[in-house]
Every structure is written in C-alpha cells, then in structure tokens.
Design a protein around this ligand. Structure first.
Ligand code: COA
Length: 158
C-alpha cells in the first residue's frame, strides 16, 4: 500500500541543481507576482547568502520549498519564500520547512528570523503565529509587485 505524505515523516534537505525544475514549477503554480526566476533560483542554490530548502517524504522527493536569506553583519535572517505543493498542504510540510529554516538561521548565528506576508494570506499568517512569529513593525504598504501590503513577522531564535 502506498503511503501518503500525511502519515510519512517530512524531511528537509538542502536544494540541489536537480530540484530546479520542481522549484520553478511550484513557484509558477503558486505565485502570480514577485516570482523567483529560474536564474535567480540557480544563483541562490550556489550562494553563501541564501539557503534553499526542500521538503520530501518517503519516495516523494519534492513536496515544498523555503528560502532563507542572510546578510553579512546582520543577526536577522529573512524567510524570503515558502510554498508547499497544493496536494501536500495541511500535512506538516510548511511547519517542517519553517523549523528547518530556523535551524539554518541558528547555524549562521542569527538571533531571529523575519518574514513578510500578504495581509490577506490567512493560512500563512495562522501558521506563522502558531509557530511563535509575532507582528514586528508597521505594515509595509505596497510591498508586493501587485501593490498588496505586507505584515512583517519575526521570531526570536533561542
Ligand atoms: C503557507 C503554506 C506554505 C503552508 O504550508 P503547509 O504545508 O500547508 O503547512 P502545514 O501543513 O505545516 O500547516 C498547515 C496547517 O495544517 C496543520 N497540520 C500540519 N500537519 C498536520 C497533520 N499531519 N494533520 C492535520 N493537520 C496538520 C497545521 O497545524 C496547520 O494548521 P493551521 O492552519 O491551523 O496553522 C502553504 O499553504 C502554501 O504553500 N501556500 C501558498 C504559498 C504561500 O502563501 N506562501 C507564504 C507566502 S508568505
């Protein structure tokens, strides 16, 4: 009997060049604007200031992705992007990706992880709040390419 991601433990690994097609396909299927291009993904895979993560379970080697940015001299890491495959949502993929992003930030000696989220993205906001993220700073008006506003959320990393 085949197992579904709902019962399988989610693992998170560093993205490789062979993930590029999946990364680009998920990005295009998920976001209408502010998309990360193939060339940008390729650059980030190789970059010291970015960490691209991929979630997998059992024999599904790609269930979702998250990207964290680091800035020289800054103890604040930025969760730039996160998405799970539509059919894999609500099964812990997003949670595992965020936890892995936090670990990556801790390894880089960052003290907190910050992110922006569309004000109307209720499922993402709920997930972040459940994982201990709190609103930080004012609303970012017109933050996204389509003019939408963003909340800034941040969590201190123990
Ligand atoms: C936001 C997003 C990444 C969340 O990913 P996800 O894989 O669904 O995340 P999880 O499964 O870990 O958590 C989602 C919910 O399922 C619940 N859940 C997790 N594992 C579960 C399980 N095994 N059984 C039942 N429910 C579960 C979580 O508690 C969570 O509930 P909540 O909504 O009350 O917080 C996903 O919805 C997505 O890709 N959205 C489109 C892109 C996007 O908006 N990205 C954010 C941009 S800022």
């Amino acid at each position: 009997m085949s197992q579904t991601p709902a019962t399988a433990p989610v693992r998170v690994r560093r993205a490789e060049l062979s993930d590029l097609d999946d990364l680009v396909a998920l990005e295009q299927a998920t976001f209408d604007s502010d998309r990360i291009s193939r060339a940008q993904f390729r650059r980030h895979l190789d970059s010291d200031s970015a960490r691209v993560l991929v979630a997998s379970a059992n024999h599904r080697r790609f269930l979702g992705t998250a990207m964290v940015f680091f800035r020289k001299g800054s103890r604040v890491a930025r969760l730039y992007s996160i998405a799970s495959l539509p059919e894999a949502r609500g099964k812990g993929v997003g949670t595992a990706l965020i936890e892995a992003a936090e670990s990556a930030a801790r390894q880089r000696r960052c003290q907190s992880l910050r992110l922006e989220v569309r004000v109307d993205n209720e499922s993402a906001v709920r997930l972040y709040e459940r994982l201990g993220y709190r609103r930080a700073g004012p609303l970012k008006k017109g933050f996204y390419e389509d003019g939408s506003d963003a909340f800034v959320y941040q969590k201190a990393l123990a």
